[in-house]
Design a protein. Structure first.
Length: 254
């Protein structure tokens, strides 16, 4: 696994959360997200409780708030979309700070922001406490076809290589006075992307030939076994269990 990805996505640690088998954490994260999505948007208290649960997990894993906050930038498109809903969704008008907006739009914006934020935070904590390679092994343990796991593994492994090539090409263009400012430069940028695609395709062929010459038969060797005990499943199930009870209670009082 490339060091760049491990550094950006994974935070090294030796905590109970880090030591849980990856398949347990994957199932727990998915179950938590399902419970969050199934919660009625009007039950604001439930989303506050979900946030406290994630905060407890982050504390147990010793993942700083700043580490999570920097990776929350991926949510910016959802935030931009949600902020426009109170102005474009039809519904009963309400005045907030002198601005008239739609009540239905406000609830829709809240629904998107709350659930997206909690889901993304859960994903960040999963990635921060599980090494990328181990995460892929856990996915394979859950039944994902080995071929798809290998494709994902190569994507993670060589993403940094491709990004580094793009960076070098950008530096080369800049050193020659190129500065993309309008649509006239689209052709040059398209040629750069085409060159990266061809290089990636050729690299893929060379990697496959090298692997085949070493006995590759369509399945990567398992680095190490990941035994799972009932106690580990129970520990990982605490978070989704609390989320499920909260969602059920929210529906009962809704």
């Amino acid at each position: 696994m490339s060091g760049g990805h491990a550094h950006r996505l994974y935070r090294h640690g030796d905590t109970p959360v880090h030591r849980l088998p990856p398949q347990c954490k994957i199932v727990a994260a998915l179950a938590f997200v399902v419970a969050v999505v199934a919660t009625p948007r009007e039950q604001v208290w439930a989303f506050g409780l979900y946030a406290l649960v994630l905060a407890a997990v982050a504390a147990a894993a010793r993942v700083p708030a700043g580490f999570v906050a920097r990776r929350m930038l991926v949510e910016v498109p959802f935030v931009a979309f949600a902020l426009g809903l109170p102005f474009i969704v039809h519904g009963r008008p309400v005045a907030i700070a002198g601005i008239t907006v739609s009540a239905a739009g406000l609830w829709a914006a809240w629904n998107i922001l709350a659930k997206a934020t909690l889901g993304i935070t859960a994903s960040i904590l999963l990635a921060a406490t599980t090494e990328p390679r181990t995460l892929l092994v856990g996915i394979e343990r859950l039944g994902l076809p080995p071929l798809l796991v290998q494709i994902a593994s190569f994507m993670l492994r060589y993403a940094d290589v491709i990004l580094d090539e793009l960076r070098r090409m950008r530096i080369a263009r800049t050193s020659r006075g190129f500065d993309a400012r309008d649509v006239r430069h689209v052709r040059t940028l398209a040629r750069s992307l085409s060159a990266v695609f061809l290089r990636s395709y050729e690299r893929g062929e060379r990697v496959y030939v090298a692997m085949a010459s070493r006995g590759y038969e369509g399945r990567s060797p398992v680095i190490r076994e990941l035994p799972v005990s009932a106690a580990q499943w129970a520990a990982a199930g605490l978070v989704p269990a609390v989320a499920a009870v909260t969602a059920a209670t929210a529906w009962a009082v809704n």
